[in-house]
Design a protein around this ligand. Structure first.
Ligand code: IPD
Length: 277
């Protein structure tokens, strides 16, 4: 399978650019918006259209490949198991809420895994014309030009992205706010973009030093993890261990030093909450 990666990449790039046109066509139109249970977790006919097209075209080209897609998993109500077979992990529109509100940070995220390792990662924001790509051991690129993470070594001088949406759930409210407070105090500032996949790319291109998010899924992270690693950064679990791609709790950082400082900062914030209770 690994011998065919050139071909897989070529087709994936072509299909992602095509899917980008669907987002461009849809951004200013009236959409059929549905909530997937929680008020902000939205889906539109465009999410389904893109995922259906990608899966259909990829299965015509590569009939033995498997798929894990956000909207298919939502429809079937379960997360397929990741096997060693070549598997495409697809988020047809990451940042659907942004897409619905015309906030122009929204993208397609497509990853190919072989033997559970990400071999190809593509993230494309057609509205800002940002095409991020990576293949394992071959570097990371934005619109064909190599990208690198920031070389900052001190979290107090860093810009850190974080999304506070989990605080909508009372169970997480105190911990999310405590972590945010620690970041406000301990960094240059917090940024919140509303799309995990693109934010990972912003770490990869050195626009932010780090990113922390939990409660997301494999399709939000698979492609971005490879893009960051190929750009010189790391993606690990919130507790500092290895990331579990199928239930990701993400610390993404420009290097191991910043990742560790962010892990420590979050641990301290969590301890403060425990001590208060
Ligand atoms: C969402 C985005 C967002 C994250 C949410 C995800 P979607 O993906 O990545 O940044 O905070 O948890 O669900 O639903 O727009 O594909």
């Amino acid at each position: 399978e690994l011998n065919n990666l050139d071909e897989y990449y070529r087709i994936a790039e072509e299909l992602t650019l095509y899917a980008g046109k669907i987002i461009e066509d849809g951004i200013n139109t009236r959409k059929n918006i549905k909530s997937k249970g929680i008020d902000w977790d939205l889906v539109t006919e465009y999410d389904r259209k893109i995922e259906d097209k990608l899966i259909k075209q990829l299965s015509i080209q590569f009939p033995s490949h498997k798929f894990i897609g956000e909207e298919t998993a939502a429809k079937e109500g379960c997360l397929p198991q990741l096997t060693n077979d070549p598997t495409w992990i697809i988020d047809p529109i990451d940042g659907t809420t942004n897409f619905v509100h015309r906030f122009p940070h929204t993208c397609i995220s497509l990853a190919l895994l072989v033997n559970k390792k990400v071999e190809i990662g593509i993230i494309y924001n057609p509205l800002m014309r940002q095409f991020f790509s990576a293949r394992r051991h071959c570097g990371a690129f934005l619109n064909g030009k190599p990208i690198k993470t920031s070389d900052m070594k001190d979290i107090s001088q860093s810009l850190v992205a974080m999304e506070p949406w989990l605080a909508k759930d009372p169970q997480y409210l105190a911990s999310v706010y405590s972590r945010m407070h620690a970041l406000v105090q301990g960094t240059h500032g917090i940024r919140s973009l509303g799309t995990a996949a693109l934010t990972l790319c912003y770490v990869a291109m050195g626009a932010v030093e780090a990113y922390h998010i939990e409660g997301i899924d494999a399709w939000d992270v698979a492609a971005g993890k490879l893009i960051i690693e190929e750009a010189g950064g790391v993606v690990i679990d919130t507790d500092g261990g290895e990331l579990d791609l199928m239930t990701p709790r993400v610390i993404a950082a420009c290097n191991q030093q910043i990742a560790q400082q962010l892990v420590d900062l979050i641990k301290k914030a969590d301890c403060e909450i425990l001590n208060k209770n």
